[in-house]
Design a protein around this ligand. Structure first.
Ligand code: K2U
Ligand code: ZN
Length: 173
């Protein structure tokens, strides 16, 4: 992990969060530098995952570290879910792009994901628990989906106005 510079995180309801990311064409130094900067951004924000979409880069790249000690970084490039359990569970989720909002989202309890790592090598990840939830949450981001879209329209509109008000106040300083 380098002392890379963190990046600004897009905040809901920024329309750029709804961009569908394109596959990473080549796992090269540019992608590894971007992953480093995404890790710096995620750790600084106390997140356990971050999708490139959230830093306004629309390529299929996710960084994750669900470890307690914050020392198990994982890079997932062009991730594909190969299998997802029928069994689902509703869990409380937050999002670095939707600050201060937490609500229940239904996710598969276990998944098998195929992805490239930071060296371009193919990996298959069997995930359950928080890692499975995090990967599904991040892969939604790459499809332009934010977790509040699973909530009712009423809740979503309340969240939108709350965040827009907070953003206006922050601009006023
Ligand atoms: O914004 C993000 O994509 C990072 C998400 C990842 C995540 C969301 C819900 C459930 C698991 C992972 C979070 O902001 S990271 C913050 C966090 C930390 C611990 C547990 C849940 C959420
Ligand atoms: Zn998120």
């Amino acid at each position: 992990m380098t002392s890379a510079e963190p990046l600004p995180i897009l905040c809901y309801p920024d329309p750029r969060l709804h961009t569908v990311a394109r596959p990473v064409a080549a796992v090269d130094a540019r992608i590894r530098d971007l992953a480093d900067r995404m890790f710096a951004t995620m750790y600084e924000a106390n997140g356990i995952g971050l999708a490139a979409t959230q830093v306004d880069v629309h390529e299929r790249l996710i960084v994750i570290d669900v470890s307690e000690e914050r020392d198990q970084p994982q890079v997932l490039i062009n991730p594909q879910i190969e299998w997802a359990s029928e069994e689902t569970r509703k869990g409380e989720e937050g999002c670095l792009s939707v600050p201060g909002i937490y609500d229940g989202v239904e996710r598969s309890v276990a998944i098998r994901v195929r992805a490239l790592d930071a060296n371009g090598a193919e990996r298959v990840i069997e995930a359950e628990g928080m890692l499975a939830v995090c990967i599904q949450h991040e892969m939604d981001h790459l499809m332009g989906k934010v977790f509040v879209e699973y909530l009712s329209l009423l809740k979503r509109n309340r969240i939108k106005s709350k965040l827009l008000k907070a953003q206006r106040e922050a601009e006023r300083g």
